[in-house]
Ligand binder design. Structure first.
Ligand code: HEM
Length: 413
């Protein structure tokens, strides 16, 4: 690695609590001093400038398929344990390169239609009202907004979308927490592979049965559209259908929780912006876009180098890992005026939070709708909502997602 040309005191340590709370100062230095940075501790490249992040996401020099290499490096006992989870994850759109990706995405687009998303709007409103009613009825002033609202809202939305009864929430939460120890975003634990395998087994068994039942007894909705989706006669195989349901659950859940959490935190920390939103509720669209840019749920995206190539004078070698730092790109002053100020009226806002290129998020419309409804209703219902001054937010100890694990708030003044 070109360590000699690396500024010696420039270390990016995502596990440092001060970096977790505010990674933006180190991103600014990386963009300025070492935009294609080799991190010896992460054994990965860290790319931080807007144009580089965008160009890399658009290029075919990087691959999303990082599972195979990892799987092949495992001791046989672990590989056996993870056989099933890897079988499904290998079928995830998010981990496939063209031409497989092109084929599956073409089919999936028939289910992710504007109509399917529009149909979800009244349900999002209902879910938001239901959760806020519960909060108001509980009569407690101090709550963790993540646990009581931001986590449940997107979970219920995705469960409704996939036709999973809402009383399955606790099971789904357990299974997805189990799987998350493998997929990333959660802390490591000793029995992480056992947990991941168990979570995947439970989740895939559930979806396989549900798909069989829906196929036998059709019922209109997104799941049925997914089962029926055809592109030039081609359709998803049974395993691809199960894998896709698990992907949609994962892709659409924690990300949106973090959007709602980060939006609440930013508005409470920026009372002038909150006042502007209160004075003009139509600003909710640009508010959500600004949250997505300023401190959005996509901290980084992960890729592996598909073939050796030079990038800004650095030699990227096949198989090396690259963290494409979306949240840093979104603060690049070369791209955004006054990039470090949170401005809910910002007009030019081409943030990269939903990705770029062939893997661009399929659920962006739904996520935006959820964010707008969740925030509008929350601040309408609890006009005196405030941060709990004695209990600061706790940030996720993770490099890819960006959000708070706990967000203690006071519902009333
Ligand atoms: C604020 C919430 C969300 C954010 C920030 C977000 C972000 C992203 C990003 C950055 C990607 C690209 C990943 C990559 O290039 O490696 C992606 C892909 C994807 N997202 Fe989202 N997402 C959100 C919500 C959702 C929702 C609600 C759904 C589903 C209902 C969803 C479904 C997907 C799917 C299926 C993909 C894979 C697309 C592909 O690989 O072609 N996302 N998302």
């Amino acid at each position: 690695m070109p360590a000699s040309s690396r500024p010696k005191d420039l270390v990016y340590d995502p596990t440092d609590p001060s970096v977790m709370a505010d990674p933006f100062p180190v991103y600014a230095r990386l963009r300025e001093e070492d935009p294609v940075h080799w991190s010896p501790s992460l054994k990965s490249w860290i790319v931080t400038r807007y144009t580089d992040v965008r160009d890399l996401l658009l290029s075919d020099t990087l691959s999303v398929n990082r599972l195979l290499q990892f799987y092949q490096s495992l001791p046989p006992a672990d590989a056996l344990l993870l056989k099933d989870i890897v079988r499904y994850l290998n079928l995830w759109l998010a981990f496939r390169d063209p031409p497989d990706h092109t084929r599956v995405r073409r089919i999936m687009r028939h289910a992710f239609t504007a109509d399917a998303i529009a149909e979800m709007r009244p349900r999002i409103e209902d879910i938001s009202d239901l959760l806020l009613d519960r909060l108001a009825a509980a009569g407690t002033k101090d709550v963790d907004l993540i646990k009581e609202y931001a986590l449940q809202l997107p979970a219920f939305v995705i469960m409704d979308l996939l036709d999973v009864p809402r009383d399955m929430l606790d099971d789904f939460k357990d299974w997805s927490d189990d799987m998350a120890v493998f997929i990333g975003g959660a802390r490591n634990s000793e029995d992480k592979y056992e947990r991941a395998a168990r979570g995947c087994r439970n989740m895939s068994t559930y979806f396989r049965k549900l798909i069989e039942e829906r196929t036998a007894h059709p019922k209109p909705g997104f799941l049925m559209d997914l089962i029926n989706a055809r592109d030039e006669g081609d359709k998803l195989s049974d395993d691809e259908l199960v894998a896709t349901c698990i992907l949609v659950l994962f892709a659409g859940h924690e990300t949106t929780t973090n959007l709602i959490g980060n939006a609440t935190l930013l508005l409470l920390r920026n009372p002038d912006e909150l006042s502007k939103l209160r004075a003009d509720p139509d600003l909710i669209d640009t508010t959500i876009e600004e949250v997505l840019r300023f401190d959005g749920p996509t901290n980084a995206l992960v890729r592996v180098v598909a073939k050796d190539h030079d990038f800004h004078g650095r030699k990227l070698r096949e198989g090396e890992r690259v963290f494409v730092m979306v949240n840093s790109a979104n603060r690049d002053p070369q791209m955004f005026d006054d990039a470090d100020s949170f401005d809910i009226t910002r007009k030019q806002n081409r943030h990269l939070t939903f990705g770029q290129g062939i893997h661009l998020c399929l659920g962006a419309k739904l996520a935006r709708e959820e964010g707008r409804i969740a925030i509008r209703k929350l601040f309408d219902r609890f006009p005196d909502l405030a941060l709990d001054a004695e209990n600061p937010p706790e940030w996720l100890d993770a490099m890819v997602p960006r959000g708070t694990r706990r967000l203690p708030v006071k519902l009333e003044g």
